[in-house]
Design a protein around this ligand. Structure first.
Ligand SMILES: *Cc1c(COP(=O)(O)O)cnc(C)c1O
Length: 468
């Protein structure tokens, strides 16, 4: 399997290459050159597999020759063995139509673990084949940072520099990052929003003076391997609910458009998905893009669902590319204009393509709380704010055939956002035992103003150069 850039002007890479890469050198994102497709019978044959087996089966076409099926199965068995639930991503029924897919049983209590536990192992595997060193630079709205740090802390040949917006992540999220004291972990709080942090990181990926000396890699969902690992749970849920004989819809609380793009990939691979419902909070650029073709970034308003407080959704570029019939020249033009003016108007062809599978919704703070209360009163379920926004969009969806179940992706454990949950339902969720004495541990991080040069110098003086 070869991977190509959405902007058409970077070398094609194999799976090992894209796993260790950041952005493509032309500023685009890597995508498989074609979507692998499973037949109806091949999907039917996946019923009853363990999660680790299913993961191997779904991901093998993307991995190609870079890992044998046996080795890939060993890695998925290791990665998902660290989850605290034997089903890995258990499915829960709420009412006759609504279901929750719990993706938060990994070590750091959010769905990011599903991909990052595997990515940590893939880094180690591929670096072991080369005499090389990796410098991970990432920006986090909270959950990616903790999941990535857990996945690589203490590993040889990897340094991680993780930026979070100062004061805009929850206490649990921050502590899950800053209490990891392994010497290869560097936490940086920057002044500004997540979008500011992400823009700084993107600039570094395009800075030849840095990328020439250091092996800079991404753990944000611009990294293809992350999206690939997320495709698996769409298969897992749909198979439980009767796929491939029956269609399923998914509601996905969305920020950087990575999680829901994985659902799009599942559909391209032949999984019968009736609809993907893109759930946003009041930072609604994706809702505006999908409902009226207007992809233009405003400023970010902080909410109780910080992982969705995003106005620039990196992975939307991957969908724009596919929806434009893979016209890389058009995407390069559209994205250059967006980077300059923060405004992008979708073409009619792009809108039509997206309209076949996607709808969207925007949930206010009041509706989010109402959703948390409904789940608690009607089903005894305690939902984190992100999941509650997804469920609000799922319950508001209209026009779905009566026999199509709607699965909301439960993206974080409620205890990660204890204050917001308590404010909504009057009960404080308990932190699971596996996170231990988080609030008693020492914290370590540096605070930087967020200008590019300051960050670059900070990283250059601490990172290990490539060995080539
Ligand atoms: C990261 C995150 C999201 C958004 O996922 P994207 O892949 O960025 O769209 C939603 N909810 C939670 C809890 C998250 O951590």
């Amino acid at each position: 399997m070869k991977y190509v850039s959405t902007r058409g002007n970077a070398p094609a890479l194999d799976f090992e290459g894209v796993t260790l890469a950041g952005l493509a050198s032309d500023g685009g994102l890597y995508v498989p050159e074609a979507w692998p497709r499973f037949t109806h019978d091949a999907i039917a044959a996946m019923a009853g597999m363990s999660y680790a087996e299913l993961a191997q089966r779904v991901m093998q076409p993307f991995v190609g020759d870079c890992l044998t099926p046996d080795r890939l199965l060993e890695l998925t068995t290791l990665a998902y063995g660290r989850f605290s639930h034997a089903a890995v991503t258990p499915l829960k029924q709420l009412d006759e139509r609504q279901w929750l897919l719990e993706l938060f049983h990994g070590p750091t209590l959010a769905f990011k673990d599903v991909a990052l536990q595997l990515l940590g192992l893939l880094f180690e595997e591929f670096l072991g084949r080369r005499d090389d060193h990796l410098t991970i630079v990432g920006a986090t709205s909270g959950d990616t940072g903790s999941a990535a740090i857990d996945a690589v802390a203490g590993r040889a040949k990897v340094d991680i520099f993780m930026l979070h917006p100062h004061g805009r992540v929850s206490d649990v999220q921050r502590r899950q990052m800053t209490t990891v004291l392994a010497p290869n972990v560097h936490n940086i709080a920057i002044d500004g929003s997540f979008d500011d942090a992400q823009a700084t990181v993107k600039r570094m990926f395009n800075d030849a003076a840095v990328t020439g000396r250091f092996g800079i890699a991404a753990v944000n969902s611009i990294n293809w391997a992350r999206l690939m690992a997320q495709v698996v749970y769409y298969f897992a849920a749909a198979l439980q609910l009767g796929a491939p004989q029956r269609k399923v819809a998914f509601a996905v609380p969305t920020g950087n458009f990575g999680d829901v793009f994985a659902g799009y990939v599942a559909a391209q691979m032949g999984l019968p998905i009736e609809r993907l419902i893109v759930a946003t909070n009041i930072n609604d650029i994706l809702h505006r893009a999908l409902s009226s073709g207007d992809y233009s970034a405003g400023s970010v308003t902080p909410t109780a669902a910080p992982s969705m407080d995003i106005q620039v959704s990196s992975n939307f570029e991957r969908l724009l590319f596919d929806a434009a019939g893979r016209d890389a020249t058009l995407i390069a033009t559209q994205m250059k204009a967006f980077e300059a003016d923060k405004v992008l108007q979708l073409t009619n062809a792009q809108r039509a393509h997206m309209g076949h599978l996607f709808t969207s919704a925007r949930t206010t703070a009041e509706a989010m709380i109402a959703s948390q209360r409904w789940a608690f009163d009607a089903c005894g379920e305690v939902l984190d704010p992100h999941t509650a926004i997804g469920l609000d969009a799922a319950r508001a969806a209209t026009g779905l055939p009566a026999d199509v179940p709607v699965v909301t992706l439960a993206t974080a454990h409620p205890a990660k956002f204890g204050d917001a949950v308590q404010a909504a339902i009057g009960q404080r969720p308990v932190l699971p035992e596996r996170v231990g004495d988080l609030f008693d541990r020492e914290e370590r991080y540096d605070r930087l103003p967020g200008d590019y040069e300051g960050l670059r110098d900070y990283i250059i003086t601490r990172a290990t150069p490539r060995h080539v």
